[in-house]
Design a protein around this ligand. Structure first.
Ligand code: 5GP
Ligand code: ZN
Length: 113
């Protein structure tokens, strides 16, 4: 998508503090972190949101979930971390390219509201 921030970051057209990259995904630090560690894991292909993912994305989504523990450990989150996928306006999504937040480095409330 030509006008999508995360497509542009994935294409290297907009800089980001990269955590990880391969052919399928890119991870980079959130520009407005809510915790000492807060990065985004983003598929390189444009998918508007989790609600727009289909069976053809199953392997990609599984890969993203499994990557979170490796990347979190590399960022020092040995005590645990939180993953969040905001989906749609009602879910608090503000950038409509599917992305997973990985957050940690401070005690996180058990209240996820
Ligand atoms: P959402 O609310 O859609 O789940 O999260 C979007 C996230 O993207 C927000 O946490 C926001 O801080 C982050 N963000 C917005 N613009 C930029 C940017 O230009 N660079 C980076 N690295 N993160 C961004
Ligand atoms: Zn995009």
């Amino acid at each position: 998508m030509s006008d999508c921030l995360f497509c542009k970051i994935a294409a290297g057209e907009i800089p980001a503090k990269k955590v990880f990259e391969d052919d399928d995904v890119i991870a980079f630090h959130d520009i407005h972190p809510v915790a000492p560690v807060h990065f985004l894991l983003v598929p390189k292909i444009h998918i508007d949101s989790l609600a727009h993912a289909t069976a053809e994305h199953q392997t990609l989504l599984g890969k993203m979930l499994l990557l979170t523990s490796k990347l979190a450990a590399e960022q020092g989150l040995s005590d645990g971390y939180r993953t969040i996928i905001n989906t749609g306006h009602g879910g608090g999504q503000t950038f409509f390219h599917l992305h997973m937040h990985i957050i940690g480095g401070k005690p996180l409330s058990t209240n996820i509201s």
